[in-house]
Write a protein that binds this ligand. Structure first.
Ligand SMILES: O=C(O)CCC(=O)C(=O)O
Ligand SMILES: [Fe+2]
Length: 367
């Protein structure tokens, strides 16, 4: 097999689509997007060049993106915006650069009623390829023929949800997407194919704002630390549900990092904030993690909720946020009401040890 940088090699073995109950089979609207678990080998990634499209923008009034009729409503003063009157499938290169600029400044944008939702996986993947190197996640169900897609489909899923809640007191799982890659995703797209009328929202917390709130003493301690990011827990989950997965990814990133932009963000992984050179002890590491997680999760002045209605596209900057799905659309008898979402990630720069907090709570069952 020729070693290509991060390429996906799809074997000629088509496993059946995720099995649905007859009821879920009827309610599912986008069968083409049901998760498939065909064996795919992902070549390890080598370092690659990344140029952030946001850095090409000169005119900060964003005239190519925000034309007449576009409406920008902030979700929270420092975070998030709902953009109406813009169709993502109509954007040219200059407008996409401005989109990247707006995403990286507001951190998360919601675009309701997007026609691109119905244009198929090839069009959606091509759109996201503009924003960085395509990500193949080695541990998730994907769209057959389009291994860049990561799919979450819930309809019923009674056993999975009750197993999960037998160990956890909430469905909230704060994380950063695919942070175990050497060059983790920057721009990320979520597309809601089908969702409940109420609920199924996504919460976001800004890790640069969280860092700024800390005292200089704590900041300078965090500045010296690194965190281990690994896909091993997700792979264990994937194996537990009987699926196939290709490789464990593990990378060590600075805990606090700063991109070529002007802010500091914290990047943490739940199962490791340690730096052998600094030599934190286990109890110190635990104390620090508990403190940071609590700080990030309870900082409602730098977090917000996005209402993600059917046919919405959400774009967020994975470098300066952590986020969580909210699985609150569960009926006692049936389990989850239908919710079907795809995620596409565009990988960005290698985290560099300057000033931002990379946070990942990836004890996840899916992402
Ligand atoms: O379902 C959502 O709202 C978010 C999903 C997510 O965080 C992920 O797939 O990584
Ligand atoms: Fe995620």
């Amino acid at each position: 097999m020729a070693a290509k940088n991060g390429a996906a090699v799809v074997y000629d073995i088509n496993l059946p689509y995720t099995e649905l109950t007859p009821e879920a089979n009827k309610t599912t609207k986008y069968h083409e997007y049901l998760p498939t678990w065909d064996p795919i080998w992902f070549e390890p990634l080598k370092e690659f060049e990344f140029e952030d499209p946001a850095l090409r923008v000169q005119d900060k009034s964003l005239p190519n993106l925000l034309k007449d009729g576009a409406k920008v409503s902030h979700i929270q003063p420092g975070l998030g915006a709902i953009i109406e009157g813009v169709q993502l499938n109509q954007l040219d290169a200059a407008a996409k650069d401005e989109l990247a600029y707006l995403v990286s400044h507001r951190k998360v944008l919601v675009f309701p009623n997007q026609d691109i939702i119905d244009e198929g996986p090839a069009v959606q993947q091509a759109f996201m390829d503009y924003f960085g190197k395509r990500n193949y996640q080695p541990v998730s169900g994907t769209v057959r023929g389009h291994p860049g897609f990561h799919i979450i489909h819930r309809d019923g899923n009674k056993e999975e949800i009750s197993n999960f809640l037998s160990r956890k007191s909430t469905t909230t799982l704060w994380h950063q997407d695919v942070s175990y890659e050497m060059q983790p995703p920057g721009y990320v797209m979520l597309g809601l194919l089908q969702g409940p009328e109420v609920g199924g929202d996504t919460v976001f917390t800004a890790t640069d704002a969280a860092y700024k709130r800390l005292s200089p003493a704590i900041q300078s301690l965090l500045d010296k630390l690194e965190a281990v990011h690994t896909s091993s827990k997700m792979i264990n989950h994937v194996k537990a549900v009987g699926a196939w997965s290709a490789r464990i990814q593990r990378n060590v990133h600075p805990l606090v990092e700063g991109p070529s932009r002007d802010r500091r963000e914290v990047h943490i992984c739940e199962w490791g904030v340690h730096q052998p050179n600094v030599g934190l002890k286990e109890s110190e590491e635990k104390m620090l993690m508990d403190f940071l997680l609590n700080h990030l999760m309870t900082g409602h002045d730098f977090s917000g909720t996005c209402q993600v209605a059917t046919k919405s596209i959400v774009l967020f900057d994975n470098r300066s946020l952590i986020h969580s799905a909210i699985v609150d659309y569960i009926d006692e008898d049936r389990g989850a009401r239908p919710r079907h979402i795809f995620r596409l990630c565009a990988m960005a720069e290698k985290p560099i040890p300057v000033k931002k907090l990379r946070m990942c709570l990836e004890e996840l069952y899916t992402p």
